[in-house]
Design a binder for this molecule. Structure first.
Ligand SMILES: [Zn+2]
Length: 341
């Protein structure tokens, strides 16, 4: 395939993604700031969504007599399932033929180095370009940079790119490629960032605590900047809350709501105050894990224990567990089918 034709495929995929994001309202209001709910998007695009264990395949797109369906492998981490789901949604949206995908779709990346693109069919390039734009549109990068106060220079840190990837809802490498596509970083930095291993970035946040599930667990670092965020997490994810605490004035954060919502607190402490900075707020550091899948609005509170209503600070998080590791129909479609029986 000529380079020119490859460019056309990429453009076609991106445009398809842009159109669907607009149709689903993802480019507006609060939705601009949130990770794109790709499973919900498949449902709203009118296709059945199935989860099931598959040996080598990541997923497949099927279509027969006007009925479309997408199957995803339950045996893969959420980030990989989300990319596969978006890739199959690309095949559906762009009117491609039914088709199954193996791990090749993860290895090739959106940038074709050398002549590698010549070996990839145009429909696959279109679906890849669709997936990478659909999951990480330019408005989501801009919105998260504003919310978190990230400037371009912050993205030279793999730790920050990893935290960004969780908010974007992409894999670490997906975030790196998306930042390059939007010219936030250049190709030299892309190559540097891709040398970092996500597993090391996770363990770096944990002070010797083991990951509950080395393949699936992510580690979210949450701060006051995540106020109002929608946290769609895997069931084995960990949450490191780093919150400023005005201990000098008697204020402390309480985590009762977290426990009531079924979270287990694995660690609770304060970071040492740097030398020469006595009087500055201390940083509370709490590591938590959801004990069971849940969907909850959590409101954490920093107050004076003897006068809880005096000028409390709050942190509100909308949390839900993404259960994509159980075989069966997508939850909403299962419920709808039960309702019509
Ligand atoms: Zn494909």
């Amino acid at each position: 395939m000529a380079r020119e034709q490859d460019r056309r495929s990429i453009l076609r995929g991106m445009k398809g993604a842009m159109r669907l994001l607009q149709d689903l309202g993802y480019d507006q209001g609060e939705k601009r700031k949130q990770r794109v709910d790709v499973f919900d998007s498949i449902d709203r695009a009118g296709a059945a969504l199935m989860f099931q264990p598959l040996e080598k395949l990541l997923g497949a797109f099927m279509s027969q007599d006007g009925t479309a369906g997408i199957i995803l492998n339950t045996e893969r981490p959420l980030g990989m399932q989300r990319f596969t789901a978006a890739h199959e949604l690309g095949h559906l949206t762009l009117g491609h033929d039914p088709h199954a995908d193996d791990e090749g779709i993860l290895r090739r990346g959106p940038i074709a180095d050398g002549r590698a693109f010549a070996k990839i069919p145009p429909e696959e390039r279109e679906a890849d370009a669709f997936a990478s734009y659909f999951l990480l549109p330019s408005h989501l990068i801009t919105a998260q940079m504003e919310i978190q106060g990230w400037g371009v220079h912050h993205f030279s840190s793999p730790e920050i790119v990893y935290q960004a990837s969780l908010r974007f809802g992409t894999s670490y490498s997906g975030a790196v490629f998306g930042l390059e596509r939007e010219n936030v970083i250049g190709s030299g930095l892309r190559r540097e960032l891709l040398k970092a291993k996500p597993k090391d970035l996770k363990l770096g946040l944990l002070d010797d605590q083991a990951l509950p599930n080395p393949r699936r667990s992510d580690v979210w670092m949450l701060t006051e900047k995540d106020e109002g965020a929608v946290i769609e997490a895997g069931r084995d994810d960990l949450f490191l809350l780093r919150l400023n605490e005005a201990t000098g004035a008697g204020y402390i954060w309480t985590f009762d709501q977290l426990r009531e919502a079924g979270f287990v607190i694995l660690k609770d402490g304060r970071e040492p105050v740097p030398e020469g900075q006595i009087g500055s707020p201390s940083v509370r550091r709490v590591l938590a894990q959801a004990g069971r899948p849940t969907a909850n609005t959590l409101q954490l509170k920093e107050c004076r224990p003897w006068d809880p209503e005096d000028d409390p600070q709050t942190l509100t998080l909308h949390y839900r567990t993404a259960t994509s590791d159980e075989a069966g129909l997508f939850e909403r479609q299962r419920l709808e089918r039960l309702a019509v029986q």
